[in-house]
Design a protein around this ligand. Structure first.
Ligand code: GSH
Length: 101
């Protein structure tokens, strides 16, 4: 499998969230510490935030950790992070929504 690339910051909780998800899901990825020079090189249409995920197949760049996590759910079936019980899944989304911003 080709590798994802995750651009993020060591002190960025959203970056660490995505890093933890990729580790847990055992998806191959490269961690790239963001710097002003790297930030200037990578262009995308999303909000100017980290983390930024580069997809392996087309190099496209995507932001926003919760949609990124759900994108990974669509793309990979093993080691899902979504609870199987629908009630717990609802609570998980509720907590996620509350804590995200
Ligand atoms: N909703 C976004 C929030 C991302 C966010 O606010 N990231 C912060 C760092 S933790 C950021 O990039 N701030 C602007 C900056 O560092 O230039 C997500 O979940 O990824």
């Amino acid at each position: 499998m080709k590798r994802y690339q995750l651009y993020g910051g060591g002190g960025s909780p959203y970056s660490q969230k995505m890093r933890a998800i990729l580790h847990y899901r055992r998806l191959p990825f490269d961690w790239i510490q963001i710097t002003p020079a790297i930030r200037a090189q990578i262009k995308h249409d999303g909000a100017p935030v980290i983390p930024i995920l580069r997809l392996p197949e087309d190099g496209s760049l995507h932001v926003d950790s919760t949609p990124l996590a759900l994108m990974l759910e669509d793309r990979h079936s093993k080691r899902s992070i979504l609870p199987t019980d629908p009630v717990v899944e609802y609570l998980s989304f509720l907590i996620e929504d509350m804590a995200d911003e």
